[in-house]
Design a protein around this ligand. Sequence first.
Ligand code: GAR
Length: 191
Amino acid sequence: MKRLAVFASGNGSNFQSITDAIKSGTLEAEICLVVCDREDAYVLERAKLENINLFSFSPKNYANKAEFETEILEKLRQHDVDFIILAGYMRLIGPTLLQKYSQRIVNIHPSLLPSFPGKDAIGQAFDAGVKETGVTVHYVDDGMDTGPIIAQKTVPILDGDTKDILQKRIQETEHDMYPSVLQQLCQKKLT
Ligand code: GAR
């Protein structure tokens, strides 16, 4: 069974959908660690309720990214983590983690990449007035939402939608899509 570390910065609804899929047996994997870079994030409560090991930190307490990523790396080693699963982790991954977890870091992004990378992708698509947007799951490289795409799903933007309605539709797609893409990934042999 593959061992996952979920990285998150906020609400953690994707963490929850992955956890629920594991509990229901549709995702055959284990979350052995949650990593969070915000001490007020709701995902911390969720991880505690699910009894999952937690590493939370404040980047401001470290001299630089290499310093806190070195500490994260040590936690990943302790928990024998196979894959890093980014689920709303709002920070670029640096070389320290990228080198050790090459091809083993996956991200979910709420747009059809390469359209609307970066922050507030849902707002960007909504403001652009496009008729459809979507969700992308991709491997992480050193760019901002630029790594090789694993899967994409289209989400329509309908007349009368507000940004909130669109966000809800996109998140429903994410909660369905991420666990099933991870299941496929976890069935592959590690090279
Ligand atoms: C998700 O919509 C995810 O796609 C997005 O943050 C949200 C986190 O929600 N990620 C990005 O925008 C990454 N560039 P959650 O905390 O409820 O899972």
